[in-house]
Design a protein around this ligand. Sequence first.
Ligand code: FES
Length: 350
Amino acid sequence: MAKKQLVTKVWIEPGCIICDACETTAPDVFEVQHENDTCVIRPAALDAEFNKPRTKAIIDAAEECPVDVIKFDTIEIEVSDAEAAADAAKAPAAASAAGAGAAAAKLEPPKPKEVDPAIQALLAATTVRGGHVVLDRGLEDMPESVRRMAKLSPSELPPDARQAKVLDKSKADTKKEPEGASRRDILGVAGMAAGWAAVATVTGGGTLAFARFMAPNVLEVEDPKVRCGPLSKYVAMAPGDVNEDYKPVKPSGFWIIRQEDRIAALSIICTHLGCIPSWLPNDRKFKCPCHGSGFKENGVNFEGPAPRPLERFKIYLDGDEVIVDRSRKFLAMGPSDTAVWNDPEAYIPV
Ligand code: FES
């Protein structure tokens, strides 16, 4: 009997750069959400039986992910030699990567390729604005490895087969970009270009974008303070209501919630692994699409693997205007550890 691996669980860790590669490879498992700046696991793929027949596609997607945020668990099963031979014929690359010389050899997922952590950090720190690749933070905030890489010329950057592959797809998509393409399509191509332009040494196609990437005049620093309009706008909300106007704000969006006696700003980052939950007004809860964590309307976690409530940001008044300052957070370490939310800077009384 031979053995083979089947994927039973797949998840996404923080750091997705919304490059679209995983959804292209396994569209029924991954959904890239440009509007939320992340990728989620489709609900059907939370089921082990759904994932098992999609093992190869999931492993391929994990292999192709430029920032290695796709993770999966496998189980090993015994199969007949004939079945192993059929699998090997369908997936010769996977078999050889696992060291199988014969068709009946056991099939194992290929080992993830080494990715330079500096490239990962660099890609994770980039975004696209106005067609330009920009850094979300100044280089001075970057690890030394990233600063070192920023000084290299494109020809000195390390090649990576996965980067070349996605860059090729980016080019192909750009060629067939139709008039009236959706925003999602445009962002998808731009998002890929953002990542690959920085490291496109294989084809040299990213030189121009790379030059923009490195040009000092495109470095941008986000202001942690967000002006959110007059207090009266939030006082008018019913207790329990959630304002979503600032969910898309980069690099860290938030919800403004109205409670009986106060308003507060909740971070939109799930405290499990960093996906972005959705506010479900009919269910009165925030629901994370990645692994099912649920948070009450006040941000307290009550279902799923999230270990603690949604974080809160400093909020205060400037005259009559509400300001949210994302440079200061208030962290409750568990559902009953919310005393920190009574810090005067964590809410505005209404
Ligand atoms: Fe896992 Fe939200 S990231 S439940």
